[in-house]
Design a protein around this ligand. Structure first.
Ligand SMILES: *[C@@H]1O[C@H](CO)[C@@H](O)[C@H](O)[C@H]1NC(C)=O
Length: 310
């Protein structure tokens, strides 16, 4: 008996120290006999929902917000999910710790509804656990953080924004999630630290405090196309290729330098004789004694005075 309670006591101390405070998960199906309720029971179910609420909660605390210390975490002792009949949105977080999920969406979803449900649950659980500057953070940022969780959990829906998509950093959802991913690439742990900073209030300066760059500059850089210039030796003009992903451009440079090109790529070229980049390409060709040069240039190179696209 004594060793039994000793074990329990040790276990509780362990749980307390590691912040694995037990959160109680509840699920209520308010419309079990509707098509959505029936599909929920058959293809998702209450036990799986409780399990995924726990898994996502731990993932968000440990990976997304990196809150090892319980005092950093949003104090939550229970989360309640309801399957309800409503049209829009798909899911909604309300009160402090409640999630409503649309049975109509479940009924109408075309495809793997369990994966879709899981993905939306990661989004809604983020809303339960995130700090939003007590309501002062831009809603686009709040939604972006929730989609960022989805992205990092490898649960984005088909059609999720690609890096560089969108018009504004705080456009919300997947666009902002990609932007946050970019910021996290500059400062590892960015999203976790930004969330911690937003515990009581929000300030756009947090971006600069964490990365050294103001938010508008980060957005500009995140959206920059990487540009490669192709200049075959035998020709007095050159072409451009643009990439979003630096590695793709580097691979192209690696693969194409020194190769001869057919006329197809040169169809993109224009006369830009006065751009310094032209001379640079010529110099490189001579130095390397190759047929073709492909190199990476700044976007401003081809926007500055080069109207090759017109
Ligand atoms: C969610 O469902 C509950 C239970 O029916 C309801 O009381 C609540 O108003 C709903 N919340 C929202 C935000 O729709």
């Amino acid at each position: 008996m004594a060793s039994h309670s000793f074990f329990l006591c040790t276990l509780l101390t362990f749980l307390y120290l590691y912040g694995i405070t037990a959160v109680d998960y509840q699920v209520t199906t308010d419309v079990p006999n509707t098509p959505g309720g029936i599909r929920f029971t058959n293809e998702i179910g209450i036990p799986y929902t409780k399990q995924i609420m726990g898994t996502s909660n731990n993932f968000i605390w440990s990976v997304i917000f990196q809150q090892k210390n319980p005092s950093d975490q949003k104090p939550i002792d229970s989360v309640h999910a309801y399957i309800e009949e409503f049209k829009d949105p798909i899911g909604i977080t309300w009160g402090n710790n409640n999630i409503n999920f649309s049975s109509l969406y479940i009924a109408g979803f075309n495809g793997d509804v369990k994966r879709e449900f899981t993905s939306v649950m990661y989004h809604e659980m983020t809303h339960v656990l995130q700090w939003d500057g007590e309501g002062t953070a831009p809603s686009g940022l709040v939604e972006g953080v929730a989609e960022y969780t989805k992205l990092k959990a490898n649960l984005p829906q088909p059609g999720f924004a690609k890096p560089g998509d969108g018009d504004r950093w705080d456009e919300g959802y997947d666009v902002t999630a990609r932007f946050l991913e970019y910021c996290d690439g500059i400062t590892p742990g960015f999203v976790a630290e930004l969330n911690n900073k937003m515990r009581v209030t929000y300030n756009v300066k947090y971006f600069e405090e964490l990365t050294g760059k103001p938010v508008h500059q980060l957005w500009q850089e995140c959206n920059l196309d990487l540009v490669g210039v192709i200049r075959p030796r035998s020709c007095q003009s050159f072409g451009f290729i643009t990439f979003k992903v630096e590695q793709s451009l580097r691979d192209t440079i690696e693969g194409m330098n020194g190769q001869s090109l057919d006329g197809r790529i040169m169809a993109q070229s224009g006369g830009c004789g006065d751009c310094g980049v032209m001379q640079e390409a010529v110099d490189m060709e001579e130095a390397m004694n190759v047929e073709t040069v492909v190199m990476m240039v700044d976007r401003s190179y081809y926007s500055r005075g080069c109207d090759w696209r017109s």
